[in-house]
Design a protein around this ligand. Structure first.
Ligand code: DQA
Length: 147
């Protein structure tokens, strides 16, 4: 059976490609799905990309990943900066976790500089646009091979 990795996306990322394109670019989550599946195929992995505007749903998917995924790539969006619940859920997960931000959060407002999720993430990618997801997928393949 192929290894599955979860790619989780938080609030407002359903609007990727439409929302503030000067910050987040023109590509959509469907584009992200295509790019990541391509990268994952090369490593004989499957991806499951999901998005929710609701914190509890993200927590539920992280808990589900405990039994169904070898690794988690997560763009928690605004929950990055607020959610101890997401951090706690990630701390129950044993595999690698990679945090992705489309924008370079450290160049932006100071409230975006702190990430609860970074306290658990094994790697953080920010400011590479949506390419960050494919880079994270590549890195995830490497981490899972090394395991
Ligand atoms: C984001 C950065 C967050 O600060 C913001 O709240 C988002 C998206 C990013 O991908 O750059 O919604 O996670």
């Amino acid at each position: 059976m192929r290894t599955t990795i979860y790619i989780l996306n938080g609030p407002n990322l359903n609007l990727l490609g439409k929302r503030q394109p000067e910050i987040y670019g023109n590509e959509t989550l469907d584009d992200v799905q295509t790019q990541c599946q391509k990268t994952a195929n090369a490593a004989d992995m499957d991806i499951k990309l999901m998005q929710s505007n609701h914190e509890g749903q993200i927590v539920d998917w992280i808990q589900e990943a405990r039994d169904n995924a070898a690794g988690i790539i997560i763009n928690p969006a605004a929950l990055t900066h607020t959610s101890i619940a997401v951090l706690d859920a990630l701390n129950t997960f044993d595999g690698p976790v990679i945090e992705v931000h489309v924008s370079q959060i450290h160049k932006r407002e100071s409230f975006r500089h702190h990430s609860y999720v970074s306290m658990r993430a094994d790697a953080v990618i920010a400011g590479c646009g949506v390419q960050g997801y494919a880079l994270a997928t590549q890195r995830m393949a490497q981490l899972l091979t090394e395991k």
